[in-house]
Design a protein around this ligand. Structure first.
Ligand code: ZN
Length: 410
């Protein structure tokens, strides 16, 4: 990389990430649920750092931290989130926030450089109180009634109470300013093993998959497990188990190359050892970035249900409870990341879709958006052992800063 180009300070990036790791430390990771004391301290930490990057900091009425610049020229919004899953890793979220902070520190200070990086930390990406509440609030999709209804899924504490305890109640919420930003860029750990197994440094995200979720309910007949002959049983639990197996047998012929599906929860009613289940329910999820693939799989799912209903002895209903449109990442942003990776990471990059949800999918509905991944050791995430090699963290920061520069110069 030519010396004249501004570059990230790797030691500063690592020091910042370790400072955030020390707030709410748990083993080698962190326990930093949304609106916990360590989360509050992390938001304050960021707000105090933003002026070093020429940004003025605001923490808004839903816990988003936004750093804005008065520098003329184009502005790129960059960021991620600072809260964690319970007892989870130190990089899921903070990595993208610190890269954004570093890009702002490096680029905003360049007098010859037109434009600025603005920084965002989106609240509750990890979904303790809801689903992407911070970034959805920013794009105008969260109502006051949504906030009234939101509760911490672990403690049951209401979001209103939490906002009071955080000192944020009554503050206005910051909303997207149409036309202000040329786009949004987010860095994140991969949370999978594609980069590590390919000995790659950078993942250029092409899309963030959509998530479709279904409640599949089975109705049979509750009866005595000892006295009811096998021939006359209507066992909803057995019908459910057969349906699970049938999905696994038939989906591969209809799915796309990267489709994934999961039965994440099964409940039987009444769920007792001596009672034949009269009811059963499975929560079933499909992820893909192609709505046509999902449509095909949903049709198959409903056909399979029709077959069960025609054959008996139990009945099944399929109810769609969540539709998540996939978010496509902007192609010029992908090109900028790829060019940056060629310049500072020896081109060790690959284009991949993201199987996990990220705030970038919300931002992508209102402005061009892009994402880059750095490798996760062993592909582990949402666990306190989650980690990335320091050298990969530093390389990712170099690529991120250079990609921001290219996007703002483009
Ligand atoms: Zn995350």
């Amino acid at each position: 990389m030519p010396d004249s180009l501004p570059r990230a300070d790797g030691a500063r990036v690592l020091a910042d990430l370790n400072a955030l790791r020390a707030i709410g430390a748990y083993k080698t990771g962190v326990h930093k649920p949304t609106f916990s004391e360590p989360h509050r301290q992390s938001l304050q930490w960021l707000a105090q750092k933003l002026p070093d990057a020429g940004l003025s900091a605001t923490i808004d009425g839903i816990g988003n931290v936004i750093g804005t610049s008065t520098k003329p020229g184009p502005k790129l919004l960059a960021g991620s989130h600072l809260e964690s899953q319970n007892y989870a890793g130190w990089l899921d979220g903070p990595l993208g926030v610190v890269y954004a902070l570093e890009a702002a520190r490096v680029l905003n200070a360049e007098p010859s450089f037109k434009g600025a990086v603005e920084v965002a930390s989106w609240c509750d990406e990890e979904g303790h109180f809801g689903s992407f509440l911070g970034s959805r609030s920013y794009i105008g999709q969260v109502t006051e009634a949504d906030i009234d209804a939101a509760r911490d899924r672990t403690s049951g504490r209401s979001m209103r109470d939490a906002l009071v305890e955080m000192g944020l109640a009554g503050r206005p919420r910051i909303a997207v300013e149409p036309g202000r930003h040329v786009g949004y860029l987010e860095a994140h750990i991969e949370q999978g093993d594609t980069l590590e197994s390919g000995k790659l440094a950078i993942g250029i995200v092409t899309s963030i998959v959509g998530i479709w979720q279904y409640r599949i309910s089975f109705a049979g007949e509750q009866n005595h497990a000892g006295t009811t002959r096998m021939a006359v049983r209507k066992d909803a639990g057995l019908a459910l188990a057969k349906f699970c197996v049938a999905i696994d047998a038939r989906f591969p012929a209809a799915c796309g190359p990267r489709t994934v599906w999961t039965t994440g929860r099964i409940t039987l009613d009444p769920g007792a050892p001596s009672i034949i289940p009269g009811g059963g329910e499975m929560l079933f999820q499909i992820r893909d970035d192609d709505p046509a693939v999902i449509a095909r799989l949903e049709t198959l799912l409903r056909t399979m249900a029709d077959e069960v209903n025609a054959k008996g002895p139990c009945t099944v209903t399929v109810e769609k409870i969540r539709t998540g449109a996939p978010a496509m990442m902007n192609s010029s942003f992908q090109d900028a990341i790829e060019a940056a990776s060629k310049t500072v990471a020896g081109g060790r990059s690959v284009r991949i879709p993201s199987g996990a949800g990220h705030d970038a999918q919300m931002l992508a509905t209102v402005m061009p958006a892009g994402m880059l991944f750095v490798p996760s050791i062993g592909g582990i995430s949402h666990h306190w052992t989650e980690n990335t090699a320091d050298a990969d963290i530093v390389t990712g920061a170099q690529v991120f800063v250079d990609a921001c520069r290219r996007i703002l110069s483009g």
